[in-house]
Design a protein around this ligand. Sequence first.
Ligand code: ATP
Length: 483
Amino acid sequence: MSGSTAQEARPGPGNGRAVLIIDDEATLARNVATYLERLGWATQVAGSAEQGLDCYTEFRPDVVLLDHNLPGLSGLEALGRLRSIDPQACVVLMTGFGGIELAVAAMKQGAVDYLAKPLALGELKLLLERLLTQSRLESTVDYYRSREAESSGLDKLLGRSAPIVALRDRIGMLLGAERQLTDGDVPTVLILGETGTGKELVARALHFGGPRAAQPFVELNCGALQQQLLESELFGYEKGAFTDARQRKLGLVETAEGGTLFLDEIAEADASTQLKLLKLLEDRRYRRLGSVREQQGNVRIIGATHQPLEQMVREGRFRADLYFRLRIVEIHVPPLRERGDDVLFLARHFLAWHAQRYRRPVPELSAEAEGLLMRHRWPGNVRELRHAMEQALLMAQGAPLTQRELAFLAFDGLAMPATAAAEPPVGAAPADEDLNLERSERRLIMTALQRCGDNVTQAAKLLGISRDTLRYRMERLQLRGEG
Ligand SMILES: Nc1ncnc2c1ncn2[C@@H]1O[C@H](COP(=O)(O)OP(=O)(O)OP(=O)(O)O)[C@@H](O)[C@H]1O
């Protein structure tokens, strides 16, 4: 079987990929086409640049193999035209012997690669496979990036209460100002708020609504890693930098180049990481672990913490210069208990969302359930509410939700009383309450893990202990969790 001419396209049977061969040496072009068709490519052959350009728009090949010595337009000229029809066109220029200068010119004009003639078919096969993998990777990245962008925006920060409306306004104003920036050098932002209030949602809204939206958004929880790991994760390392460094690894600063690096729990960074972050913010410079060479980095840093950072600065536990450099813009995310009726608004939103996930009818909230939701203190904030609504939905039996389905909120020991007066006096526990310490500890840990979808880092925050302490206690009690 030979390759189809431009007038006659024959789709290949296998990989669904197509190649256009533009070459006036008909026999050679046909041989290449036959070889590629055997490998599962659909092919078309054009004998001139003009014919190839006509064919490109209709055939939309994944790759163009373009000869340079053509009768009319040259390969380089055709390359320019192809790239103006389709800036994503993936073109490989075929050059004769000694065509290095030509190859360089082609790459400068956007060719993805070049091949020297006479063609080695094995080399061509390897090149096409590499281009295929690369374009699959690129389209996968594009897919995830657009999916991420769709799920991240100011409109995802739900709520109608005054503090949330004010928060959205503040973010909107910042984004508006960033759009006017002439140098794209967006300010550093520090987001403060209790755990689960939506700090990450705010960071995402800033990135995906801002001028860096098409670049990566990379996040790192500084509290989830030991300090040396944190540094190597952030700045990368050279081969041999430490015992396990078998090959060079890029850090997240490099991965986020041009985009945003969201550092959650930034208060957990130790003195050495703080210093390196300061240098990155001040001079835009950093160094991979084990490297003598400094690198230039262009990332926007957004930090977040639930810790009282200002107090930590006063106590000498966080660098003052880094704190001031971070909080060029400071954003406070209010706790859920200060958002009034938003509790009910969000509860209904999450109930509807989970109901759709589980293919169940959306349960109503009884007045009794509403009262309970409004009285609860929500120490885990919106995240806790989201998990609570999932649990309630699973308990629901068709009727409106009552106290029964939400009983876990009242008795799990993590709910704080709405007023001090409601707090039971010490020693006033009912006679039949289980006071066994180990059982209580197990119950509290299980409740926290359940609320956080088994995420140990989040559960530790909810319990007010470090992740390591929680891990230790879980091991002792033989409990399981993730993260
Ligand atoms: N206003 C909101 N509207 C809708 N969903 C929200 C809102 N705020 C938070 N959420 C949801 O609550 C969960 C926790 O939010 P997020 O991770 O942004 O909180 P956080 O403050 O960064 O938490 P942590 O301090 O533990 O890192 C997420 O599932 C998020 O989508």
